[in-house]
Design a protein around this ligand. Structure first.
Ligand code: PMP
Length: 468
């Protein structure tokens, strides 16, 4: 076994699963690239915050001050987890999509006629549609022409075509937008190389910096990979907490502090202004990070999300014992690296098994890199003669929660000539077991062989033309 793999002996999967409610329902949860499951501690945390429920930055009560402290601490935990210099680099939004749109609106006034934005065919629509809208719908109304360019990927391997990317980046490229991991192909583009290409563009930003900015869509990267924004050299990084154990509602935008300092916010209103500095003739914005926190925020969501990061360390390192969860204890970078490396290794172990076993199903085509080490923890495929939606429904009948569709990676489906633009996807996270991978693959094999499988692995006679 590869020494970096996490074997079942090293990963106490039973202890990890004990933190979750879904196993008791018999669910085979393999749609984790869409959203992960919430551990019971986080649901309990919501309840435990209720007696002190209050707004933040808007009250003198003990309750308000205590919740403000927890809310502000949440920013510190998130900054620490990302290796950001401080909370001043963190803005919270609803999700990755909103965080990326926040970058769009922050940079909106800076684009010059003749500039371009470079993104890739691997992107989720959240990291393409905003840039398409900016270039084709928004800026033309201001009389500015800005080009949206798309780097190709290799249809065989699913790897980003770096030569093509390099050919698109030039001295008019204000921004390069790249996914950290594709939610369809699983590809993990070499972000250091993308960073180097953006650095060398020669674009002159309004503040005199000579380089293109880099925005990384970290939605599929951050939940399973040690991410250090400073080592990465990203100017912007967005991700969603609902793919990282927390309940729905909170997304993160990390940005270099000087960019948040100088750019205009996306949203305007209460709490983002300097205390008392609002006059008929103008307004002074507040200090970071609150300049980017207009209106009453998702207070409990932010607190619970930051605690999800703490719990993530516990699950990866000491699943039977809370060490970081429920505390404000600083977490060393090395501890975060160790925890995330263990999660990566377990995810890779599951993905390798899925790749190996799926390959044996007749007529099945897997998309993206063949090697689990080169992909994130998901496998998307089609099966000749079978509609992907029908496969996902039949898998659900067998108790396996797959996802079919284009997963919002529409460009990549078109690029592969998939008509209709769809595939079926299994995606794994730290609580999945190798046995669940087997249940999913065995169910798929039975369905493809024309049998109808129900929960518990039993096959029943097929009724009707579609077998469902
Ligand atoms: N980017 C990627 C790579 C994703 O996988 C997703 C979610 N599927 C998003 C962006 C959008 O995330 P959200 O829906 O939380 O905004």
């Amino acid at each position: 076994m590869n020494p970096t793999d996490t074997s079942s002996a090293e990963w106490d999967i039973a202890a990890v699963r004990d933190h979750f409610l879904f196993p008791a329902e018999g669910r085979v949860v393999t749609n984790n690239a869409a959203s992960t499951q919430p551990p019971r501690e986080l649901l309990e945390l919501y309840r435990s915050l209720a007696p002190g429920y209050e707004n933040v930055h808007r009250g003198q009560s003990d309750a308000s001050r205590e919740l403000t402290r927890l809310f502000e601490d949440a920013y510190d935990t998130i900054a620490q987890f990302l290796g950001a210099p401080s909370r001043r680099s963190v803005a919270l939004y609803r999700n990755t999509t909103e965080a990326i749109n926040a970058v769009l609106y922050s940079l909106l006034t800076e684009f010059r006629d003749g500039d371009n934005v470079v993104t890739t065919m691997l992107e989720h629509n959240s990291n393409y549609v905003p840039w398409s809208a900016l270039c084709r719908d928004i800026l033309p109304r201001f009389g500015r022409r800005v080009d949206c360019r798309l780097a190709r990927f290799d249809p065989e391997t699913g790897e980003l075509d770096l030569e093509h990317l390099a050919s698109l980046i030039d001295a008019r490229t204000k921004l390069v937008c790249c996914t950290g991991a594709s939610n369809f192909l699983g590809t993990r583009p070499p972000l250091e190389t993308v960073r180097d290409l953006a650095d060398a563009s020669g674009y002159v930003q309004p503040n005199g910096e000579e380089r293109s900015y880099l925005l990384v869509d970290g939605a599929q990267l951050v939940p399973g990979t040690f991410t250090d924004v400073q080592a990465l050299g990203a100017d912007y990084l967005a991700f969603s907490f609902h793919k990282l154990l927390a309940p729905f509602g909170v997304g993160v935008l990390y940005a270099r502090e000087h960019l948040l300092e100088s750019s205009l916010p996306f949203l305007y209103g209460g709490d983002m202004i300097a205390e008392g500095r609002v006059f008929p003739g103008g307004v002074e914005y507040g200090p970071l990070p609150w300049k980017y926190a207009a209106g009453t925020p998702n207070i409990l969501g932010a607190i619970v999300s930051a605690q999800a990061l703490r719990l993530l360390h516990d699950l990866a390192l000491t699943p039977t014992q809370a060490h970081y969860f429920g505390t404000g204890r600083p977490i060393e970078r090395e501890t975060t690296r160790r925890a995330m490396d263990r999660i990566s290794a377990w995810n890779r172990h599951l993905t390798a098994r899925a790749l190996e076993r799926l390959e044996a199903i007749p007529g099945l085509t897997i998309y993206g890199p063949g090697d689990a080490a080169r992909r994130t923890s998901l496998v998307a495929f089609t099966v000749a003669g079978h509609d992907s939606g029908d496969l996902a429904h039949a898998l659900n009948d067998a108790g396996v929660e797959a996802r079919a569709g284009c997963h919002c990676a529409t460009l990549a489906h078109h690029a592969l000539g998939l008509t209709p633009a769809g595939s079926c996807r299994l995606s794994f996270y730290l609580y999945n077991t190798p046995e669940e991978v087997d249940v999913a693959v065995d169910a798929l094999a039975a369905i493809v062989a024309g049998r109808r499988r129900v929960r518990g692995g039993r096959d029943v006679p097929v009724v009707g033309p579609a077998g469902r």
